[in-house]
Design a protein around this ligand. Structure first.
Ligand code: MN
Length: 358
């Protein structure tokens, strides 16, 4: 594929034009492979299942694919066992690839480019700010095989899916409702993040009316942690560092801590809410040493999550390191030495804080 950067005014990336186009693809096409980003979260899983089951209920042929395992917290969702970790390339050739909760091939995983290239056409539905500097070359193809409906004002991809299903007047059964509710619950931090608006509560009410179970979702997601997670939390909190009069907090997950506690990396999800919860903190960073699964596994890979409260633009900081996300929640991963990375990250965060402090 050609390596040409997409420009911001590419017409087929335009939100307003593309809702109709996206709805038409869902109506017209008969065979789909739905996928989401690596290390799927509640919204990726909720939207993949919600849309998958809904498409199937109107008679479409649907397969679900995610590169990585589904975190155990989501196994209660009906339809979760439909998510496969391999795909049939012959099926793809005649199918529409739907990419959810991300908008670039590399976020799908190792097979992202291949999937996007081999499928009949591609429909991207997402709420992450698109980054034209890292957009896949496929976006610039003149045949517009790829349609992207991206609404960064939406709290969750699951919320976009709900609105699309309503536009299509397709049935939303309790399993679809529960999946989409889980996605919205997850991406709003259980209705606590700054993206929790009136429309979010309206959507949650609609979904509850359709059979979603708020107490079940909250219990499964927030009150069923393994003891290893809590042991890991105590070790990770021990690494807490504060900078800039306590406005910046950093915590770390080192590989040997994981080994000591018997916990998995997924057990560390949302730990960042603890340093972010300190009264003086504006921005928190969670720095993790991570495993690399490819043939060059001696790489020192580091993953960083950033969360801010009111003025630090996490997305902007993450972008400096090749990542992305949202204003209050973003992240990146790169090959780096933790100590070196910490220095450059701190510099970037301090610069953001100083802008406000003057
Ligand atoms: Mn999302």
């Amino acid at each position: 594929m050609r390596q040409i950067e997409a420009t911001a005014n590419d017409s087929h990336l335009n939100k307003a034009d593309n809702l109709d186009k996206a709805l038409n693809i869902l109506k017209k096409e008969g065979r789909f492979l739905i996928t989401c980003h690596i290390r799927p979260d509640g919204d990726a899983i909720g939207s993949i299942i919600g849309l998958g089951l809904a498409l199937r209920s109107v008679g479409k042929e649907v397969r679900l694919f995610a590169q990585d395992d589904v975190p155990s917290a989501y196994l209660f969702l009906k339809g979760i066992d439909e998510i496969g970790h391999s795909f049939d390339i012959d099926y793809i050739k005649g199918a529409t690839l739907i990419v959810l909760d991300c908008n670039e091939a590399k976020r799908i995983g190792d097979d992202g480019e291949r999937l996007m290239g081999a499928s009949k056409n591609v429909l991207i539905i997402d709420h992450h700010v698109k980054d034209t500097s890292i957009y896949p070359s496929a976006y610039t193809e003149e045949n517009s095989r790829i349609t992207a409906y991206i609404d960064p004002t939406s709290c969750a991809t699951s919320a976009i899916i709900l609105n699309m299903l309503k536009e299509l007047s397709w049935p939303i059964d309790e399993d679809v409702a529960n999946a989409l509710y889980t996605g919205i619950f997850s991406d709003t931090g259980g209705f606590r993040h700054s993206n929790t608006t009136e429309s979010v509560f309206k959507m949650a009410a609609t979904l509850t009316g359709l059979g979603a179970q708020p107490y079940l979702v909250a219990t499964e997601l927030c009150s069923k942690f393994k003891k290893e997670r809590i042991l890991l939390l105590s070790k990770v909190l021990d690494t807490l560092e504060l900078y800039k009069e306590g406005k910046i907090a950093l915590i770390y997950l080192f590989k040997d801590i994981l080994k000591d506690t018997g916990a998995d990396e997924e057990d560390a999800q949302d730990f960042i809410s603890y340093p972010r919860g300190i009264d003086t903190v504006e921005v928190a960073g969670f720095i993790k040493e991570i495993d690399v699964h490819d043939a060059f596994s001696d790489k020192k890979m580091v993953s960083v999550s950033l969360r801010s409260k009111s003025y630090v633009d996490c997305q902007k900081v993450a972008k400096q390191f090749g990542g992305g996300g949202h204003v209050r929640a973003a992240g990146f991963r790169m090959e780096a030495d933790i100590n070196e990375l910490k220095k450059t990250l701190l510099k970037a965060l301090m610069a953001e804080i100083s802008k406000r402090d003057g």
